[in-house]
Design a protein around this ligand. Structure first.
Ligand code: 6PG
Length: 246
């Protein structure tokens, strides 16, 4: 794996703009060499601003959205119209404004029994992207505890390393979440992790500069074998980072 690229933006607004431009750049480069681009999106709140910029001019006109196949990195175990649904957030901020056809979106069925939903999503990844799925773009966030996707501290030791998607019980929320595994994330051509806010500064410093302890800081599991890792963070999240002087 090549060294991760870390870009520090002034504030969340600048981060969203950079993330949106970066999305267009990477997706356009992929579409120059293949018919469609496969993107796994992050959930949570950070992607909202990036999605809104992608769905608005001038960016919306810079990509043939009909050639983008959308997937999710993780999903909460809730129905698709639930306030906590990553699918609902993304539908409202990206799919509906861009009129993305349902056929181009592979939703994780959070309303189903968790293990069945994970198995079904893994089977769809295999059917659509092959038995060793390679996403062109994977987007992730990072929580203040260093989790990414739904890979949470203390839940890593029992991960099925060969699975494509799992139902991961998250003790802090006393619930399951469905998530792709590090195997899928690290097979991607480009992985972008976004993190904004002072509440993430300690975890970001631990993930980037601290000793390797992925069970404590699961974001350390993100290490694309052949692809590139891009961190897009704001100054507040980067406040405790030891960055090389450029
Ligand atoms: C989710 C995400 C999760 C998220 C981080 C950061 O389902 O919530 O996949 O991993 O990216 O928790 O969330 P924020 O962007 O809301 O800070």
């Amino acid at each position: 794996m090549s060294a991760p690229a870390i870009t520090v933006l002034a504030d969340p607004g600048e981060l969203a703009a950079q993330a949106a431009d970066h999305f267009i750049e990477l997706a356009s480069a992929a579409l120059a060499v293949r018919a469609t681009v496969a993107v796994a999106l992050a959930g949570g709140s950070t992607p909202r601003a990036m999605n809104a910029l992608l769905a608005a001019e001038p960016r919306r006109g810079r990509l043939d959205w009909r050639r983008v196949r959308f997937f999710f990195g993780d999903e909460r175990c809730v129905p698709p119209d639930h306030a906590d649904s990553n699918y609902r957030m993304t539908r409202e901020t990206l799919f509906d404004p861009l009129s993305i056809p349902a056929a181009n979106v592979e939703r994780i069925r959070g309303e189903d029994v968790p293990h069945a939903a994970a198995a079904a999503y893994g089977a769809r990844l295999e059917a659509l992207l092959g038995e060793s799925p390679v996403f062109d773009l994977v987007y992730l966030g990072m929580g203040p505890d260093g989790h990414t996707a739904s890979l949470f501290p203390g839940t890593i030791a029992t991960l099925d390393a060969r699975a494509l998607a799992i139902a991961n019980f998250v003790p802090k929320f006393d619930t399951y979440r469905i998530t792709v595994t590090p195997r899928v994330i690290n097979a991607a051509r480009h992985v972008t992790i976004t993190a904004a806010g002072a509440e993430k500064a300690a975890a970001l410093a631990a993930v980037i500069n601290g000793p390797r302890d992925p069970n404590l800081y699961p974001a350390q599991l993100v290490a694309p074998q052949a692809g590139e890792l891009h961190w897009l963070v704001d100054a507040a999240a980067a406040a405790q980072l030891n960055l090389p002087v450029s």
